[in-house]
Write a protein that binds this ligand. Structure first.
Ligand SMILES: Cc1ncc(COP(=O)(O)OP(=O)(O)O)c(N)n1
Ligand SMILES: Cc1nc(C(=O)O)sc1CCOP(=O)(O)O
Ligand SMILES: [Mg+2]
Length: 202
């Protein structure tokens, strides 16, 4: 089972990928919402070109067919994305798969899909999107880690540099963050602090 880098930033454009990829990170998610497919494809292609030049692995959220066509490293799918996704095609192409979970039924479903990582969220309140789930809290990370065993566990939702250690201590292998980087007044400095914090973890 491949280890996952401990710091997992998520951004919404190739422009952001270009800003973050040179800063020492090893994994990035491109999460684009409500754009025409042709624009998503252009963004994915541009992001992949930057990531390949910098030895950064790119995760494409939602748009699994474009991710396959363009040669992304990972695809991330939520439970609503799974019914339409061709998991066999994803596997056949050797693209790795991450799946979101928010409760036990979703975790059962995710594990049945044989993913390469499972994400649990929202750990803390998030302002990025409306979520029907209450914050999961740290004990839930420990519970999820007991269930997933050696499968990498990603914690997401409201995570900041200051609270990341609690997530790792509870059992998260990786923490995914949006606002803590993209809404920070100095994103490059924030990323440097994240890389310093997580570098030893891989
Ligand atoms: C690492 C990671 N975890 C969870 C999500 C959320 O995926 P999903 O539930 O499909 O919601 P959207 O991000 O598509 O709004 C994620 N993208 N990445
Ligand atoms: C996109 C997303 N998915 C979540 C989940 O729980 O599945 S929480 C989340 C938002 C993460 O953004 P921030 O780091 O700004 O809180
Ligand atoms: Mg999704």
């Amino acid at each position: 089972m491949n280890a996952l880098p401990a710091f997992y930033p998520i951004v919404d454009s190739a422009d952001w990928v270009g800003r973050l990829a040179p800063l020492g990170i090893r994994l990035l998610q491109l999460r684009i919402k409500e754009r025409p497919p042709a624009q998503v494809r252009r963004e994915v292609r541009a992001a992949l070109a930057v990531c390949r030049a910098r030895q950064v692995q790119l995760v494409v959220n939602d748009h699994w067919q474009i991710a396959l066509d363009e040669g992304a490293d990972f695809i991330h799918l939520g439970q609503q994305d799974l019914p339409d996704a061709d998991l066999k095609a994803i596997r056949a192409r050797g693209v790795r798969l991450g799946i979101s979970t928010h409760d036990h039924a979703e975790l059962d479903h995710a594990l049945a899909c044989d993913p390469d990582y499972v994400a649990l969220g929202p750990i803390y309140p998030t302002t990025l999107k409306a979520m029907p789930w209450a914050p999961q809290g740290l004990p839930r990370i420990a519970e999820w880690k007991r269930r997933v065993g050696r499968l990498p566990l990603v914690a997401i939702g409201g995570i900041t540099l200051e609270c990341a250690a609690g997530c790792f201590d509870a059992g998260a292998d990786s923490v995914a963050v949006v606002s803590d980087v993209t809404r920070h007044p100095e994103p490059a400095i924030r990323v440097a602090d994240w890389v310093a914090l997580t570098g030893a973890r891989g």
